[in-house]
Design a protein around this ligand. Sequence first.
Ligand SMILES: O=C(O)CCC(=O)C(=O)O
Length: 350
Amino acid sequence: MKQIESLWQEVRDLSLGNASAVHRLDSPPAPLEFLRDFVSLNKPCLISRAATAHWPATALWRDRAHLTRALASSSVTVHLTPNGRADSLVPIDDGSSSSASSSPPPLCFASAHAQRVPFAEALDMISRSSQESNFVAYAQQQNDCFRSEYGPLARDCDGHVPWATEALGSLPEAVNLWIGNHFSETSFHKDHYENLYAVVTGEKHFLLLPPTDVHRMYIKDYPAAQYSYIKETGEFKLEVEEPIKYVPWCSVNPYPSPENLESEMAKFPMYFNGPKPFECTVKAGEILYLPSMWFHHVKQNPDDTGLTIAVNYWYDMQFDMKYAYFNFLQSIEYQPIHDYMGTEGEPEDL
Ligand SMILES: O=C(O)CCC(=O)C(=O)O
């Protein structure tokens, strides 16, 4: 079905561009410009640090003493995993696969162990997260936590993004705070929100794919599983939820280890051989507009204080014709029967 592959190219030719860089703006856009050139085109953009130059947070949050003072009597939620990959696919160790078996173990969708601790302890756990520690802690409670758990810090940032609020016609539905270090990673997924993502300290690296590339994510249903962390032994237990619940999730890991690269490329040729994803490093003070339903994968680098801190504003998206088209596209089953080779190959019609 050549048409699916033509679609990936056509949206790039008509609207998104063929470079993998995200469009940069040197100053915050006027609401009409933002609406016309980005939101209505469902096209990302990166706004320079002029967007947050007036936020006290850009200076204050590099100082841990400020954070711990402001949140001295707050407890916050941290998410613990053995390797920093919360909400991601991991092998189910159900005893069914022996080391003699050549087939890889089945995968499940693993949620992190969530734990509420005093803020100073959370910060300490995040800072200690490393290859040597037996856990990675990431503060990433996505339930409007910035206005609840982290309320005392709210005065350090704007409560909303004024030009986005005017363009989108409503205040954000949720504002979230993210605190992690180099080891925290977020696997490919999409959200039903218009996302204004502001990095305050450190930097975040996003890989982005438009909704039209949905087949390149190899979304499949995986059994939901839950990590629990046993403090006494420092070990994690991973249990598949009973009764079994399935979570549709993107199968592609864009950064396989060198020894798995060949097999991952063979499993997911439409991702690895198709058009390059859009890439964007969001530096401290910059804001990424991440349009609704775009697939995104996120890695991060801390600054010299050892932390990456970000605030994101989720605005309701319009469930309009684009959403209906997306559902229709996703309902079309498509697995190329040829080895997808980018523009060189000669795909066959199914
Ligand atoms: O910062 C991250 O780790 C993930 C951000 C994200 O997925 C989101 O804002 O929707």
